[in-house]
Ligand binder design. Structure first.
Ligand code: FAD
Length: 378
């Protein structure tokens, strides 16, 4: 194996994306991250590679090419059939040490959140968890310096390097990883200036999927390195894979979401029913603020926001939701936001395209009826 010196930054090249599959099916985050990785790789002038692990999964690789991967590295072994942290971390670290990518992105799914830190610790590099934005340009530094330093603006404009931990450092190749910090009250942009690969886990649903391109899928190269993995490398045994007993709501893939907040408290069941009726009429699903999840009115898979799901549906209806910053973080990129709140100063109205100041128990049935009538008229 090639020697692995993770401080020799120049030896690291290319952007990689961990492409998670479960039971032979790629995850939606794979396509989001490949699409985002494509943009980063183009800015850096390097290749974008998908990293796919499993048993007999090569057939999935070309699809990743259709979303922008130049190459997919396929690591196959019967021991990778079902996910275990030991096996996946070993194979990923082996291939990273061999080929040295400069950035490695992982979806912040349950598996990604488990795998990312394990790999980062083994590779002795930095990982920024749960990112909502990635970038490689220097503008963000320059904005920061213009606002917070005494440097002359001309000096900031012409900068190519910045002082990082007391040393001049070429920041133009650093991945800038942005995530909410301090309870979501500010966004922190983090770099990993001294080690490679820079690692990030990225929130599902945040990055936009590019359109599929068959020509790119056909051109995508597939590489299959030798996988050195034995049972001795794995300390865990998967006894049984239990699928979710209950079908979870698909907020991330929904075009229409009707979310309820604490405003339904005077009649919780009635409020949820009104939201379900409106959602059914729109062909959508029901979401909720954290207040409704913490109160046990809706299950956790319905939660929208910083610690819930990030959504960008065509229409987001907020019924009795105040619009706390942590809720907005998960829905403010919706194409059209309709807010119903009886308090005209509720912050949700600041980002609403249509704001209705009124009692949700009166307004929601009127919206449902209006949609029903419009559909019947067609
Ligand atoms: C670290 C951290 C992470 C968090 N993550 C999330 C998250 O992911 N998602 C999230 O949602 N929150 C999150 N929160 C909580 C967030 O700060 C708010 O507490 C929460 O969003 C409030 O929910 P709400 O708007 O339903 O309730 P409230 O803020 O209590 O608002 C209820 C609203 O209903 C209106 N109302 C009342 N009755 C009616 C009626 N009959 N008709 C119309 N309007 C009515 C009121 O005017 C009010 O504006 C987080 C907080 C922290 C600290």
């Amino acid at each position: 194996m090639a020697t692995f010196n993770n401080t020799d930054l120049a030896a690291f090249k290319d952007v990689w994306v961990f492409c998670e599959q479960r039971q032979g099916k790629l995850m939606p985050t794979d396509f989001e991250l490949i699409s985002e990785g494509r943009k980063l790789a183009d800015e850096l002038g390097v290749k974008l590679c998908g990293l796919l692990l499993g048993d007999n999964v090569e057939g999935l690789a070309k699809e990743l090419g259709g979303y922008g991967a130049d190459e997919v590295i396929v690591c196959e072994s019967p021991l990778l059939n079902v996910y275990t942290t030991d096996a996946y971390a070993k194979v990923i670290c082996d291939v990273i040490e061999e080929r040295k990518p400069e950035a490695f992105l992982i979806g912040a799914t349950n598996i990604g959140r488990d795998l990312g830190p394990r790999c980062a610790a083994r590779l002795h590099t930095g990982l920024c968890a749960d990112c909502t934005h990635l970038d490689v340009d220097m503008d963000i530094y320059k904005d920061f310096l213009r606002e917070s330093s005494t440097l002359a603006p001309e000096k900031v404009d012409g900068m190519k390097t910045a002082k990082v931990l007391g040393e001049d450092h070429d920041v133009s190749r650093d991945l800038k990883m942005t995530r909410p910090a301090f309870g979501g009250h500010l966004m922190a942009t983090i770099i990993c200036p001294r080690f490679r690969p820079t690692m990030a886990t990225v929130r599902p649903g945040v990055m936009k999927k590019a359109p599929f391109d068959q020509a790119k899928a056909d051109a995508c190269k597939i590489t299959k390195p030798v996988v050195k993995l034995t049972e001795d490398d794995i300390d865990t045994e998967v006894v049984e894979v239990v699928k979710a007993a209950k079908k979870l709501v698909d907020l991330i893939g929904a075009d229409f979401i009707v979310s309820v907040g604490r405003g339904i408290s005077k009649d919780v069941e009635g409020g949820i029913k009104l939201a379900e009726e409106l959602a059914a009429e729109l062909g959508g699903v029901v979401g909720g603020s954290r207040a409704t999840i913490d109160s046990g009115w809706l299950s956790a898979d319905h939660q929208v926001g910083q610690t819930g799901k990030t959504v960008h549906p065509k229409v987001y209806v907020a019924l009795g939701i105040s619009g706390a910053i942590q809720h907005k973080a998960g829905m403010q990129d919706s194409e059209c936001i309709i807010a119903v709140n009886k308090n005209e100063t509720a912050p949700i109205f600041e980002i609403a395209d249509y704001g209705i100041c009124g009692d949700l128990f009166k307004v929601a049935p009127m919206l449902t009826e209006a949609i029903r009538a419009a559909k019947a008229a067609k």
